[in-house]
Write a protein that binds this ligand. Structure first.
Ligand SMILES: C[S@@+](CC[C@H](N)C(=O)[O-])C[C@H]1O[C@@H](n2cnc3c(N)ncnc32)[C@H](O)[C@@H]1O
Length: 305
């Protein structure tokens, strides 16, 4: 089971959608008239990556063929958390209704038709660490992940990339946290807190020691070495005063991560428990007063075989 709740994923989805570097997706979509015929979404959660990418990658099709499968984009959405996977159909239906599309359950597959392209979507519960060799890579298709890469280890990433290269898959890894944070108004403790957060990001998140803020850069270097054509761009969250719930969740999460390291005696600064608690109280008061603004650095990466 993961630490990611349905509520947290729903809270971050609007900020993610605004931040994404969609010029990279346009490059991918222009490769083929109909976009990739098959897509594998790793660490899909409740399907946010699918909801964002499908309209960009699958051009509307009037009448996809049930017999031949032609005209459908096939999506396989993988996650180890059954609670998140169970929420995916309802989240997708709500989104489809708001976009003028329809979702129909056909056996174990969700069929999306209407203005947002035609897709056959299936979910797969799999631990990506233990089950990496069981991943159904789409030969010549797209492997994508949003907000996953910073959780994985260098060894796991290497294994994934070798398999993807051998299967001639294009890669789109978006919203990898890169360690840059700007907090307004600034406080003296900000740098120490973010330093601890970035150190916590490199602890084991289920894949071995996590790449954390280095993930996007490491992935870019590895893809280039494997012969991929690589493009990358910033996809920073710029969180305004109106997004107080997201700000509160982030500040609370940063506090918990920093506290864990301080309590474990693994701090890298003179920041004490009391300093950290004062920092949180002041930060949350700034959010409450409508004065707080946050910028959180992310990177998007496109790699074409
Ligand atoms: C930050 S969330 C991103 C979710 C989704 N891609 C999005 O953008 O909303 C990371 C996701 O990776 C999944 N995850 C973490 N470790 C995993 C593992 N070992 N195997 C499969 N999924 C995993 C979590 O359950 C969660 O859904």
């Amino acid at each position: 089971m993961s630490d990611f709740s349905d509520a947290w994923l729903a809270l971050r989805e609007p900020a993610d959608n605004v931040a994404r570097a969609d010029a990279l997706v346009a490059d991918l979509a222009s490769l083929t008239k109909a976009g990739p015929s098959a897509v594998l979404d790793l660490g899909c959660g409740t399907g946010a990556n699918l909801r964002h990418l499908l309209p960009l990658l699958a051009p509307p099709v009037a009448a996809p063929s049930s017999q031949t499968g032609r005209g459908w984009q096939r999506w396989t959405c993988v996650d180890h958390d059954p609670r998140l996977l169970a929420r995916l159909p309802a989240r997708l239906s709500d989104w489809a209704a708001s976009e003028g599309s329809t979702i129909t359950q056909v056996g174990n597959t969700l069929e999306l038709t209407g203005g947002r392209g035609a897709a056959r979507i299936s979910t797969m519960q799999l631990d990506l660490m233990a089950g990496i060799d069981d991943l159904p890579l789409p030969e010549g298709g797209l492997v994508t992940a949003s907000a996953l890469l910073d959780l994985v280890s260098a060894d796991w990433l290497d294994r994934l990339l070798w398999r993807c290269r051998d299967a001639h898959c294009a890669l789109l890894f978006v919203l990898s946290y890169d360690g840059r944070c700007e907090l307004q108004p600034s406080l003296a403790e900000d740098a120490d807190v973010i330093g601890l957060v970035n150190r916590h990001q490199c602890t084991d998140k289920g894949f071995g020691p996590a790449l954390g803020p280095a993930a996007a850069g490491e992935a870019e270097a590895r893809c280039t070495a494997l012969g991929y054509k690589v493009r990358s761009a910033d996809s920073d969250w710029r969180i305004g005063a109106d997004a107080s719930a997201l700000q509160t969740a982030l500040i609370s999460g940063w506090y918990e991560a920093a506290l864990e390291l301080i309590d474990a005696g693994r701090s890298i600064s003179a920041l004490s428990r009391a300093d950290l608690q004062r920092w949180r109280t002041t930060r949350l008061a700034e959010v409450e007063a409508g004065r707080s603004r946050l910028r959180v650095g992310h990177r998007d990466l496109l790699a074409l075989p």
